[in-house]
Design a protein around this ligand. Structure first.
Ligand code: GTP
Ligand code: MG
Length: 378
């Protein structure tokens, strides 16, 4: 996956700026002997700010930004001059980014809207200059306050894609094919399992210039909760979807079984996923004739709306889009708030990511041996 552009996990060391120290200074002027204290305050340290941006779909732009430091505040000075505030550092992230403490795994905050700004770590306050400390009994304070320290912390940014509908199905169910038919997305499609290794997003155009976002995530298999297949690594991307579209091929051996396996895997990952509105699409219906379809109808789960579709012949696609649109817009299906459970820090993703970066760094190192050698010598 090293070559993938889909980065949904980065670890960054952040440090907000130190506050500048207050100044200890006494007014000096010709003919004024005891001008009194006039040391100004130090400037505030720079904040580390997170800002939601719809221009980003993944965290790839932060993959190599491993240290982000905001500027320190400058010290105060004479004549009660304030020190300059340290420069803030704004990190732009895609909507749907969740921030965790890398040491404890605790949830810190999340960014869901374009333009939303959150001060992740505030800069330290500037110290007060000695001017503030003058009193009736101490008119020459020879001290001032130091600036407050900034905050240093390593955080994990994790992306939970914001889509209206998430596709859930076994490998080869035809998820990517559906996405390619209803949107302009060009996911890879093939008749082997796990063609899709990272989520794909597509915007589905609906009537009257309306649209909704569909997320195709890698296939789920029985035991995914224990890490089989691609595991549940990508299931977090459907946590924020308004509805889930389960997809099961018409030629599946047992539709009911397959449905329950999928449901069970979702439940093991996060029981809240079960509360989401679901629609079932029986895919590849072009493979069956009328008679077989009526056979299939007998063995469908009862508690879910079902549509028969074929991405090849176009059967049922409009009906499916109508149904999705209706469900996505229901007030009761809107995702208001999701609970972000603390992250498990031993999560193998973390190691994976580290290894990936190390590998790439090694590659860079290999090239460095040629540095300084003339082209003729190579
Ligand atoms: N006959 C027929 N074949 C289909 C249809 N939809 C998909 N297929 C075929 O099914 C195979 C798997 O399709 P994909 O869209 O790659 O399946 P997927 O669910 O994305 O699979 P993974 O990415 O591995 O999870 C491909 O060979 C498709 O051509 C359909 O409606 N009819
Ligand atoms: Mg696929």
């Amino acid at each position: 996956m090293a070559s993938s552009n889909f980065v949904d996990y980065v670890k960054i060391y952040c440090r907000s700026g130190k506050g500048g120290p207050g100044s200890t200074h006494f007014h000096r002027e010709k003919f004024i002997q005891k001008g009194g204290p006039d040391g100004g305050d130090g400037g505030r340290g720079g904040h580390i700010i997170l800002k939601g941006s719809k221009n980003h779909w993944t965290l790839i732009h932060l993959k190599y930004a491993r240290h982000i430091h905001a500027g320190d505040g400058e010290g105060g000075s004479r004549s009660r001059s304030f020190g300059k505030d340290g420069s803030d550092q704004t990190i732009e992230v895609p909507c749907g980014t969740v921030v965790y403490d890398a040491e404890t795994g605790d949830f810190i905050c999340d960014i869901t809207e374009d333009g939303q700004e959150v001060i992740l770590f505030p800069g330290g306050r500037g110290g007060q200059g000695n001017w503030h400390f003058r009193t009736a009994t101490n008119q020459t304070p020879r001290f001032s306050q130091p600036g407050e320290a900034g905050i240093e912390k390593t955080v994990i940014l994790q992306l939970k894609v914001l889509a209206d509908v998430g596709l859930v199905g076994f490998p080869n169910a035809g998820k990517s094919t559906l996405l390619s038919v209803v949107s302009a997305a060009k996911p890879e499609i093939a008749d082997y399992p796990f063609t899709t290794l990272v989520p794909n997003l597509g915007i589905v155009a609906y009537r009257d210039n309306k649209s909704f976002v569909m997320a195709d995530i890698p296939g789920i298999i029985e035991g995914a909760a224990e890490g089989r297949g691609l595991g549940l690594r990508f299931l977090r991307h459907i946590e924020r979807n308004s509805i889930l579209l389960f997809m099961i091929p018409a030629d599946s051996e047992n539709i009911l079984d397959e449905y329950h396996i999928l449901l069970n895997e979702l439940k093991q990952y996060n029981p809240e996923l079960i509360d989401k509105q679901r629609i079932l699409a029986i895919t590849k219906c072009d493979l069956l004739d009328e008679e077989l379809i009526s056979e299939v109808k007998k063995e469908l789960p009862k508690d879910i709306q079902t549509v028969f579709i074929s991405s090849v012949s176009g059967l049922g696609i409009t009906e499916l889009k109508d149904l999705i649109w209706e469900e996505v817009n229901k007030e009761s299906n809107k995702v208001v708030e999701i609970t972000h459970r603390p992250m498990e820090i031993t999560y193998h993703d973390a190691e994976l990511e580290e290894e990936e970066i190390e590998e790439e760094e090694e590659e860079e190192d290999d090239l460095s041996q040629y540095k300084g050698i003339g082209w003729d010598e190579l």
